[in-house]
Design a binder for this molecule. Structure first.
Ligand code: HEC
Ligand code: HEC
Ligand code: HEC
Length: 134
């Protein structure tokens, strides 16, 4: 009896250990291919659309960029989702679409790249490095 209880504990512990990686793994994989941003509906675009390579950002935690779910609970919401960076005209402020990418904050493309420039000179900080001229 004691022996079989011990065995079932061992089996249970093993089952837990094997199941753990399933829970620890991210729910979704980052896309392998570069993402090209889509123009937000209703925004007058003045620059070329930006390409974003997940592959080059493996040292940044997913949640540092994907920091808020959208209204539907999507963890990998679009930056311009309703209630997020959906102010298409303001240049400043948390809801500003422009500021989300260019603001002097650790989560914005330009903000983070400027902070990393010394250690990683290849990070793009000039306009036409992200918005290439045709
Ligand atoms: C440096 C910032 C950054 C990091 C780190 C990052 N992402 Fe993303 N991810 C983005 C941006 C920007 C988009 C495009 C959002 C948009 O279209 O508005 C995106 C889009 C996505 C999408 C949607 C793709 C599609 O085609 O709709 C998924 C899924 C995703 N990321 C998963 C991940 C996972 C998983 C990780 C961590 C392994 C991760 N991301 C790390 C910035 C990042
Ligand atoms: C939290 C920091 C961080 C954020 C936010 C971030 N990046 Fe980066 N990015 C990096 C780092 C670090 C590298 C360099 C990786 C390497 O070379 O090891 C990089 C590299 C890149 C490169 C590749 C440059 C090359 O070597 O060709 C592109 C393009 C790029 N980022 C675009 C973006 C865009 C667009 C955004 C916003 C949507 C963004 N990044 C947001 C940290 C960041
Ligand atoms: C690290 C990459 C990066 C750099 C550097 C960068 N931008 Fe952007 N920019 C973006 C992203 C990402 C968006 C939003 C998605 C898109 O428009 O493709 C954007 C959008 C914009 C928009 C709004 C959309 C439009 O087309 O009108 C303007 C204006 C803009 N950028 C101007 C600039 C200017 C001016 C500079 C140089 C001072 C600059 N950007 C540098 C990544 C960058």
């Amino acid at each position: 009896m004691k022996r079989s209880l011990f065995m079932s504990l061992v089996v249970a512990a093993l089952a837990c250990a094997l199941a753990l990686p399933l829970y620890a793994a991210p729910a979704k994989k980052a896309p392998d291919a570069d993402i090209t941003f889509k123009a937000p509906e209703g925004m007058k675009m003045t620059k070329s659309l930006v390409k974003f390579p997940h592959k080059k950002h493996t040292e940044v935690k997913c949640a540092d960029c994907h920091h808020k779910k959208d209204a539907k609970g999507n963890e990998f919401a679009k930056c311009d989702a309703k209630g997020c960076h959906d102010n298409l005209t303001a240049k400043q402020g948390k809801d500003s679409y422009y500021n989300a990418f260019h603001g002097n904050t650790p989560k914005s493309c330009v903000g983070c790249h400027k902070a990393k420039k010394e250690a990683k000179p290849n990070v793009p900080t000039a306009c036409d490095k992200c918005h290439p001229k045709a």
